[in-house]
Design a binder for this molecule. Structure first.
Ligand code: URA
Length: 255
């Protein structure tokens, strides 16, 4: 029974919706209703099911209205357009230094991030801290965010629709931080930021200039720390990318 509960929780089934269990198998299937011959007058028409998902243009104008990171965080906190919020414990907005010249962008919060409300604080975050430490950086001189700020149920990859609704907020976040360098972590973050369908193995370690919202910045993709935990042999590639980040920061005279 505990294993079943664990499995439900991992799949995102973690909210009770009633006091008593309902045996849906015992319920009779709904009866087919023959539609009426002509459309009923407006007042009698059945209410249509609400459309799932928000409106990307509303997300864009809300994001554009934020004049500071605090405002953006408050707007996102009140935003109900993205379904991910329903299942998440809280908003995971950012961590690190908002004045930093280097910004790291991951994919989505995991279970520990969802609990603490900060990105990269679980196992992969600890590895990320060690990777940063190896090139003399820590969270006082980088700013960290994710492509989506709520944990997807069961840690699944956010859907393109969820990404599209959250992207205007990430763009605004990047505009407001205005970093000099960006590093993306993992395939989905790379594909979102570089607007590409190319795989991470092919693109990692290569610098390019990308427009993120209205901010144009040099960016480099690297492997996700969670991938490195599963594939330790790939750490040497990530190490090369970290060295490349360090070199570029030195060239630009960043601290
Ligand atoms: N993985 C991510 O991509 N982001 C986090 O914040 C944590 C794990």
């Amino acid at each position: 029974m505990l294993a079943v509960l664990d499995w439900y929780r991992a799949a995102g089934v973690d909210t009770a919706v009633g006091e008593e269990p309902v045996d849906r198998f015992a319920q009779r299937p709904p009866q087919r209703v023959t539609p009426p011959p002509a459309a009923a007058p407006a007042a009698e028409r059945p209410v249509e099911a609400p459309m799932l998902g928000g409106d990307p243009s509303e997300a864009r104008s809300l994001a554009a209205s934020a004049q500071s990171l605090d405002q953006l965080q408050a707007i996102l906190g009140a935003y109900d357009g993205c379904g991910l919020k329903l299942r998440a414990t809280q908003l995971v907005f950012a961590d690190g230094n908002p004045e930093a010249e280097i910004m790291l962008i991951g994919e989505a919060p995991g279970a520990e991030e969802d609990r603490q409300g900060k990105p990269f604080v679980g196992k992969s975050g600890q590895l990320l801290d060690r990777m940063l430490g190896a090139i003399g950086l820590d969270r006082t001189n980088v700013y960290i965010a994710n492509t989506v700020p709520w944990r997807p149920p069961g840690n699944r990859t956010p859907t393109p629709e969820e990404m599209a609704l959250c992207l205007p907020f990430l763009h605004r976040q990047v505009e407001l931080v205005a970093p000099k360098l960006v590093m993306t972590l993992g395939g989905p973050a790379m594909q979102t930021i570089f607007s590409t369908t190319t795989g991470i193995i092919k693109m990692r370690g290569k610098w390019s200039s990308v427009a993120i919202g209205h901010h144009t910045v040099d960016a480099i993709p690297t492997l996700h720390p969670a991938y490195l935990l599963r594939n330790p042999a790939a750490k040497q590639q990530a190490w090369r990318d970290m060295l490349s980040l360090k070199l570029k920061a030195e060239e630009l005279g960043l601290n």
